[in-house]
Design a binder for this molecule. Structure first.
Ligand code: AMP
Ligand code: ZN
Length: 471
């Protein structure tokens, strides 16, 4: 397959360095809130690469980390020791304060939602999901190695900083040159007496006495890790120093991936990641999707409207990963209808004899192969759907093959043919939801609705009470 390589600035052929095995590292979620559909777009990019590689006969080793410490409220993460950020501004700690629960309980809660959302979007699980908070030893070892190799130093306040100037090829991913990163540059931080050079960043940060959670004892005192070192430590540990592909959203290109590359390469004395692949951002109804701007769409919002969550997957694939896209309710509704139309046809066609139409399959494969052109792939699917010269049995077999990559469950039962069998579990949940609503416990009632959705049951609230619909 070919993909756009951010560092090489061109579309390149991806060749697995370990024969038969493609090694992918994907930056995972920061588990202080539910992942929004923008985050899911980036996770879907990794899933499409994984599915395509498997389709082409490769085994995929995919590691996706769970960031449960060290990602600060500021988007850039831990750039330095003096960015005007109190160390309590760790995203997990801020949320723990808001919900009055301890930090790791918050993290586990949102980690669980992340896995549920992945499943609803048919995103295949990674090989492993290492947690940052459980990889501290790895980070300490890596930091010690960087100090020993003179790439890092302990600052006056007991933090450990990476010596940016010690890594001459810094900036190759983003194009940012060290000597152009002036003090005060948004991502770098202000002049800081602890730093030898203003662009140095913290690998480990000494914590203040007021920080009582998410701290660890190290040879340099009590503190907590920087966000960037987490990904270096976990990727090197689980995938080694020959990683084929590293994915993430475009915002991670700098400083997160730039700093990660410097750390991993400096420690390993080799170019660890072969291809850096970035997905463009998702807008929602014309505006940037972010928690801070209040413009957020969650997978559960779509489920709540009794729409198939795979309508999100289909809408996202209408655009290639590399172009910014605007998701709207109109497009999600349209995708929901398209899914049902296709499933109805597939159900009818499934009874006919047929074989794969090699011409259509070839067109589809080359669209995906050529930098994941999912938009073109879907156009080919639509043309095939309408092509009267292809038999229905052949359409069925060919689309079934497309769906190995598309992941749209096109053989699922269409909406109008679905029936619900009210099991004991479903009935109990429905009864519990009535009680929750009577008590005006909206959070509980929403949680139960999500549990029902997992069981394929949608609920609508009307004057007659709860009405159930199949999902
Ligand atoms: P976070 O949970 O904030 O660490 O982000 C998880 C992933 O989502 C990262 O790879 C981000 O680059 C990506 N991301 C964040 N916002 C968006 C967006 N609006 N569209 C696409 N990807 C995003
Ligand atoms: Zn990362």
């Amino acid at each position: 397959m070919k993909l756009y390589d951010t560092k090489r600035r061109k579309i390149v052929e991806i060749i697995a360095q370990t024969p038969g095995v493609l090694k992918i590292y994907a930056c995972g979620p920061t588990v202080y809130r539910d992942a929004h559909v923008g985050n899911m777009r980036t996770f879907l990019l990794t899933d499409l690469i994984k599915r395509l590689a498997q389709y082409q006969g490769l085994k995929v080793e995919l590691i996706q980390n769970i960031t449960d410490v060290g990602h600060m409220a500021d988007d850039a993460g831990l750039g330095g020791v003096d960015e005007g950020q109190a160390d309590t501004e760790d995203r997990i700690l801020v949320q723990a304060g808001k919900e009055s629960i301890d930090a790791l309980t918050i993290a586990r809660k949102y980690e669980e939602s992340f896995h549920k959302d992945l499943a609803l979007l048919n995103i295949q699980p990674a090989t492993q999901y290492p947690r940052a908070s459980e990889s501290i030893e790895l980070m300490i070892e890596l930091i010690a190695k960087l100090i020993a190799k003179n790439h890092a130093y302990v600052s006056q306040d007991g933090s450990v900083l990476f010596d940016a100037k010690s890594f001459p090829t810094y900036g190759q991913i983003s194009g940012n040159k060290l000597d152009e990163l002036k003090p005060g540059y948004r991502f770098v931080g202000k002049e800081d007496s602890n730093k030898k050079f203003h662009a140095d960043w913290a690998l480990w940060k000494k914590s203040s006495e007021s920080r009582t959670q998410l701290t660890w004892q190290t040879p340099w005192g009590v503190g907590y890790p920087g966000w960037h070192i987490e990904c270096s430590a976990m990727s090197l540990k689980f995938l080694g120093n020959k990683i084929d592909i590293h994915t993430g959203g475009i915002d991670l290109r700098f400083p997160h991936h730039e700093d990660e590359r410097a750390q991993s390469n400096a420690a390993s004395e080799t170019e660890v990641v072969n291809h850096w692949i970035h997905g463009e951002h998702l807008l929602f109804e014309g505006r940037k999707m972010s928690k801070s701007s209040g413009n957020v769409l969650l997978v559960s919002d779509v489920v709540q409207k009794n729409l198939d969550p795979l309508a999100i997957r289909l809408s996202l694939m209408e655009h290639r990963y590399r172009s910014q896209m605007d998701l709207t309710w109109n497009s999600i509704n349209a995708s929901h209808k398209t899914l049902n139309r296709l499933r109805e046809k597939m159900q009818i066609w499934s009874n006919k004899e047929g074989k794969i139409d090699e011409n259509y399959l070839k067109q589809f494969e080359s669209a995906l192969d050529e930098d994941l052109d999912t938009n073109k792939g879907l156009q080919i699917l639509r043309t095939l759907e309408k092509d009267e010269s292809v038999s229905e049995g052949n359409k069925y077999q060919t689309i079934l093959k497309f769906d190995e990559i598309l992941g749209l469950n096109l053989t699922a039962t269409p909406e109008n043919k679905k029936e619900i069998t009210l099991t004991k579990e479903i009935e109990t949940l429905l009864a519990q939801r009535v009680i929750a609503r009577n008590e005006k416990n909206w959070q509980k009632s929403d949680e139960i609705r999500d549990q029902l959705a997992q069981l394929g049951v949608g609920v609508k609230d009307s004057n007659n009470g709860q009405e159930v619909t199949p999902l």
